[in-house]
Design a protein around this ligand. Structure first.
Ligand code: HEM
Length: 300
């Protein structure tokens, strides 16, 4: 007498011979593929969740340096890796946003900004997770990181350069391989997000040559938002991008102070006092300036 599991296994084997598994996310039913039942199909391993996502490789990438591994070092590595993944996504979305602006497709740009802002909010909130680690816990493995630092994050610099912050001078302080240097130099040469915004405004008939022209253009757009509604929404998306980056910088520097006080950074900077200076960076200075001149406007 055969057990029910043996019967099931034999049925499965018979079915597998008739219908080779396919390579897809959820698999496809045999019925959907049995139009030519006489042809023998090669047996292909079905795609799995782990294989699609490269999980074996991904989950082997957390390699603490403390020996024996300090409990909190895994969190420290994971959180930085997660940030880098989101930086990758942000670069992808920002690039698409630039293409949308160049195509005068401001609805698409608005859709992309919604995702960008949501990711930015997450980046800010993630600092909470890191703050579950105390300074003593961090100090227990901090020496192993030296001289590595978030300061060397190539993708963060790419985002800054794309958004118009930073200069070739930044590159002098970072250890880069040839590929990374080439990527950053290309970003520095390329027009910034702001350049693309200015080109769009020029196509819409606004003067953009001088800073004062931009303030005036923004004042006109805000004061007659009904007439320039798509541009009005774009300006709000741009200021939100800028503000959320500053909020992240603010969260990061307070977390750093909470963690290391006034110690120097592992990247060689004075630490908190250096990071404080970055809180004054503005991606779109004229968008901040125009607010001083705004009244109630024609459209609320
Ligand atoms: C215990 C946690 C952390 C500490 C103590 C810390 C400390 C610092 C310090 C002192 C600097 C200044 C450069 C230096 O001398 O090293 C810095 C820069 C930076 N860190 Fe962190 N950091 C921490 C976590 C993170 C995380 C989770 C990220 C996410 C990617 C990050 C990203 C950055 C970036 C992008 C910079 C460059 C900022 C700029 O130059 O504007 N840091 N960090």
């Amino acid at each position: 007498m055969l057990s029910s599991s043996t019967i099931a296994q034999r049925r499965f084997a018979r079915r597998s011979r008739r219908c080779a598994p396919i390579t897809s996310w959820h698999g496809t039913s045999c019925a959907a593929r049995s139009t030519n039942s006489t042809r023998r199909l090669p047996l292909i391993k079905p795609l799995t969740y782990g294989a699609y996502l490269g999980l074996d490789e991904l989950l082997a990438l957390q390699r603490p340096l403390s020996d024996p591994p300090h409990h909190d070092e895994l969190l420290f590595i994971v959180i930085h890796q997660v940030y880098e993944l989101w930086f990758k996504q942000l670069l992808h979305e920002l690039q698409a946003t630039i293409a949308a602006l160049d195509a005068d497709d401001l609805l698409r740009a608005a859709k992309l900004f919604r995702r960008i802002h949501t990711i930015q909010r997450l980046l800010e909130e993630q600092v909470d997770i890191l703050e579950t680690m105390t300074p003593q816990e961090f100090n227990a493995f901090r020496d192993h990181l030296n001289p590595a630092s978030g300061f060397q994050s190539v993708q963060f610099r790419e985002m800054e350069f794309l958004c118009g912050v930073g200069s070739a001078e930044t590159l002098q302080h970072v250890v880069l391989d040839d590929d990374q240097r080439a990527r950053l130099e290309r970003r520095l040469r390329e027009p910034t997000l702001y350049d693309h915004v200015k080109a769009l405004l020029a196509r819409r008939g606004f003067a953009t040559g001088r800073s004062a022209d931009l303030v005036e253009a923004y004042r006109s757009i805000y004061n007659d938002a009904e007439k320039h509604y798509d541009l009005y929404l774009l300006l709000e998306d741009l200021i939100e991008l800028d503000e959320r980056l500053l909020l992240w910088r603010g969260r990061h520097v307070r977390m750093v102070e909470r963690m290391i006080g006034q110690k120097r950074g592992t990247g060689g900077s004075p630490g908190v006092s250096y990071l404080e200076k970055t809180l004054h960076y503005r991606l779109f200075p004229e968008l901040w300036e125009v607010r001083t001149h705004l009244g109630s406007g024609s459209y609320a």
